[in-house]
Ligand binder design. Structure first.
Ligand code: GLA
Length: 421
């Protein structure tokens, strides 16, 4: 009934009976989006003459698309390749349309989109709500309808709309307006918004109801940088603000704590596992930004850990909660399938932020994690794929967690009481 009402409402809008609105009802991003974004690893390197392998060019995106498939990322669920800033020419064409830098994207964006689609992947693009993108290329302000149509003509599947060089006070109107134009093209596109972040840094209170009705994902906090300090500051933000943020997340609408930096320069092996597990339990989009040509096998294995990805992609779509934080140890939990009656299975991450040079032993009674099913749980460690075994609600989980590392468990609820002779 609700869906019917929404569609009916949308058709009134299209018939111009109601004022402008964006109706987000296109069945996209039912689980957190997964893919590859250029920004964190390749930034705004436009020097193709001296650095042809790393500059923002069609070659880079085509190579990444090939590797997404040949190296198993696509099979693991990463299905998007997206441009970020610095793909544009500094000026629009004489027809007013956006166009790519002609030297770095000589075949044009439609050709690149075709190439990425031919690999079975989705194609994403980056733009900005303001006059300019953050790196100073043309923004969409005053060209929304045309730019939405251009994206549809280029067969874009995902649009990241940044918010530099704009007035955050205009975003409550402007982001839904662009969403409306995207929707009106009738090409389904995932809409990624930076709207709340720019409002928060300008001391405004974001209208999260409107944001989650308009966007499939949205940035709430600062850009990730290539360091553990940056990763932990993001984890703190999502933990400290969880009562506001958790209710917003669900199928079709996600908080976005920014890209995965696993495989780059700043994180150790343990810290990389920690980022993967934390992003999984927070039901965050899994957007890698790494050079897939040179990534070391141990980091690739972290990114492709199917059991951890399954927690992130769990159909319930619930964002995990920090339920314990003391002396450098945090415990986060997320309800997942399967269920037994009204009771859930649970994913659990124990995060050790301590730096004393030996693992910390953490012991938690299941009951204190909220795991109180009479039938008990089958517990499995997900980083090393090891069964821990059956635990009843009266038992405790005992784990050793490495410094700046994690242990991630899945506690699968049992449906049948264990047999006792
Ligand atoms: C902002 C965004 C980043 C990236 C850059 C590009 O800082 O938050 O993710 O897109 O702009 O300039």
């Amino acid at each position: 009934m609700e869906i019917f009402l929404k569609r009916w409402f949308c058709s009134l809008v299209l018939l111009n009976i109601l004022p402008l609105c964006y109706c987000l009802d296109n069945g996209l991003a039912l689980s957190p989006p997964m893919g590859w974004l250029a920004w964190q690893r390749f930034r705004c390197n436009t020097d193709c003459e001296n650095d042809p392998k790393h500059c923002i060019s069609e070659r880079l995106f085509m190579e990444m698309a090939d590797l997404m498939v040949s190296e198993g990322y696509a099979k693991a669920g990463y299905n998007l390749i997206s441009l970020d800033d610095c793909w544009l020419d500094k000026k629009r064409g004489s027809d007013g349309r956006l166009r790519p830098d002609p030297l770095r994207f000589p075949s044009g964006i439609r050709a690149l989109s075709n190439y990425i689609h031919s690999r079975g992947l989705r194609f994403g693009i980056y733009e900005d709500f303001g006059n300019y993108t953050c790196a100073g290329y043309p923004g969409i302000l005053n060209h929304m309808e045309l730019d939405a149509q251009t994206f549809a003509d280029w067969q874009v599947d995902y649009v990241k709309l940044d918010g530099c060089y704009s007035f955050p006070s205009q975003m409550d109107k402007g982001y839904p307006e662009f969403g409306y134009f995207l929707n009106r093209t009738e090409r389904p596109m995932i809409y990624s918004c930076s709207w709340p972040f720019y409002q928060l840094i300008n001391k405004m209170e974001p209208d999260y109801k409107s944001i989650s009705n308009t966007c499939h994902l949205w940035r709430n906090f600062e850009d990730i940088q290539d360091s553990w300090q940056s990763v932990t500051s993001i984890i703190d933000y999502y933990g400290d603000n969880q009562d506001t943020l958790i209710p917003l997340a669900g199928p079709g609408h996600w908080n976005d704590p920014d890209m995965l930096i696993i495989g780059n320069f700043g994180l150790s092996y343990e810290q990389s596992r920690a980022q993967m597990c934390m992003w999984a339990i927070m039901a965050s989009p899994l957007l890698m930004s790494v050079d897939l040509r040179t990534i070391r096998p141990e980091f690739k294995a972290i990114l492709q850990n199917s059991e951890i990805i399954a927690v992130n992609q769990d159909p319930l779509g619930v964002q995990g909660r920090r339920i314990y934080k003391k002396q450098g140890v945090e415990i986060w939990t997320k309800p997942v399938l399967p269920m037994n009656g009204k009771k859930f299975s649970w994913a659990v991450v124990v995060l050790n932020r301590r730096v004393d040079g030996t693992p910390s032993q953490v012991t938690v009674p299941l009951r204190e994690l909220g795991l109180d099913s009479e039938e008990g749980y089958h517990v499995r460690e997900l980083n090393d794929h090891k069964d821990i075994g059956f635990l009843s609600k009266d038992q405790a989980i005992r784990v050793d967690v490495n410094p700046s590392g994690v242990v991630m468990l899945k506690c699968t609820i049992q449906r049948v009481p264990p047999f006792t002779p």
